[in-house]
Design a protein around this ligand. Sequence first.
Ligand code: IPE
Ligand code: MG
Length: 231
Amino acid sequence: MDGNGRWARRRGRPASFGHRAGVRAIKRTLEGCEQLGVDVLSVYAFSTENWTRPRAEVRALMRLFHETMQREIDEMHRRGVRIVVSGRRDGLSSRMRDRIEQAVARTANNTNGVLNVCLNYGGRAELVDAVRRVVHDHLAPQQIDESAIAQRLYVPDLPDPDLIIRTAGESRVSNFLLWQSAYAEMLVTETLWPDFDIEDLKAAIAEFNSRTRRFGGRPEVESPAAGAASR
Ligand code: IPE
Ligand code: MG
């Protein structure tokens, strides 16, 4: 979710104004996912690098997360959404950690979609934490394979993302879901996150549906000759 700051600046307002509009965009997008049959929505809310932002902005963001979780939890739960939070818990205030644990525990058995909030999240930090668990679990070198790592990610039961949408025109991965995004389709849109709406989501899904995913293989036979040669 990028472009909150630019969206606010264009209106002569502080970044926090854009972040508030960004929360409304998350709500719209989650509703869009429910309508369009997308089961898992991951949102990159705060990265391990975002702590370097001005203190006032960090504080405003944390207050916004806390307040939003408190305000929205009842409705999310009523709609059957399971909330999970990916990221390092240490570094967050105990108030925030309690709020997170409450939301996660309360919605744990919901089955009408997943909202994965990546908060104090970094893809590298997630891999470091997974490796720490591997060591903690005393795995022998020959026991360490891809599934040993995948099982130790923050939310191991989530499927890999099919599509990653980056708003506000930046073509960077920015430490998001490094392990899980190995074969994700990437889509960059110029739309600033606070402006992102169901039409943008529909356009993104249409674009996704037009792509051919090969996962490194060669699923289609291109010509009879090539087909004969490979058989
Ligand atoms: C995204 O918007 C905010 C977060 C996810 C923390 P930005 O605040 O990065 O917006 P720009 O890049 O300044 O426009
Ligand atoms: Mg940005």
